[in-house]
Design a protein around this ligand. Structure first.
Ligand SMILES: [Zn+2]
Length: 277
């Protein structure tokens, strides 16, 4: 190596940005999310650790094996996932401990040194809620939101037209609807993700239609069916959990980019698991 080449090489080495670790990224997330970090939380590393060097970041609704494969192919080894990786809220995976599917996923994670961080509690706790913000953006409904109000007042339409519009905007294959297709709707509540009966009742009290990710068929769905049978003009639109929150993790990628510039950040949608005939 000539003196000049050696000098250039040493300059290039000093210009190399220092490696960003998953822990450093988490520290920045904690600061930027601007809510107190909880002691009891599922927002922890599920694989890898704070010291894992990060080459690229992918946000997603859920760290499925498919998402991990797509992320690894793009050289991204930190996944910021909203939902569990190992099939349980605490990622304990006891039931699947002996399943080859789990072992294949774990081996892939190990081989590609993937750090998986779950970002659920604090992304929802952020004000405004990061998932809700992203979903309203995806639906083009941000302009209808009034601070402090759960119900959006949309231009009057029919239930069928509303469902069709949502299906098109979110690219859903298997959307499901309860209610009269011709029913006029304007007051709409949207609760992404899982809905329990208490939350659904509260939303339906003042809304014509409630848009949710999922609920138990023998709780919320039955209650809406009975509201209709009792003479109420109410409706329920069921998107599926994944598509009801994915826009929120797209929003998360946008947000991460505002304070992470050393490594590439992108959103990799987990995708709707269902199709319909
Ligand atoms: Zn959620």
């Amino acid at each position: 190596m000539t003196r000049r080449a050696a000098l250039l090489a040493s300059l290039a080495a000093t210009a190399q940005p220092k490696t960003l670790t998953a822990g450093e990224i988490l520290d920045r997330i904690k600061k930027a999310v601007a809510v107190e970090w909880r002691e009891q939380t599922v927002d922890t590393f599920k694989t890898g650790s704070a010291s894992t060097p990060v080459r690229g970041i992918a946000t997603t609704f859920m760290a499925t094996f498919d998402v991990l494969q797509r992320a690894a192919a793009e050289g991204r080894n930190m996944i910021v996932t909203h939902e569990p990786t190992f099939y349980a809220h605490d990622d304990g995976a006891k039931e699947v401990a002996n399943e080859p599917t789990l072992h294949a996923k774990q081996a892939f994670i190990e081989k590609n040194q993937i750090a998986i961080f779950r970002f659920h509690d604090h992304w929802h706790a952020r004000r405004p809620d990061g998932i809700r913000t992203g979903m309203l953006e995806e639906l083009g409904w941000s302009k209808y939101e009034k601070p402090g109000e759960r119900i959006l007042e949309l231009p009057k339409t029919s239930l069928a037209a509303l469902a069709k519009d949502i299906k098109a905007k979110l690219g859903i294959r298997a959307i499901r609807v309860i209610g009269d297709p011709a029913q006029p709707v304007s007051k709409v509540a949207i609760n992404p993700g899982y809905n329990n009966l208490t939350g659904a009742i509260r939303s339906l009290r003042n809304a014509d239609a409630l848009v949710i990710g999922e609920a138990r068929e023998w709780e919320v769905y039955e209650f809406v069916q009975d509201m209709i049978a009792a003479g109420d003009r109410k409706a329920l639109i069921v998107l599926g959990h994944s598509v009801s929150e994915e826009g929120g993790m797209k929003e998360c990628a946008k947000w991460l980019k505002t304070f992470i510039s050393e490594v590439p950040v992108a959103h990799i949608p987990a995708g709707e698991p269902f199709w319909s005939v």
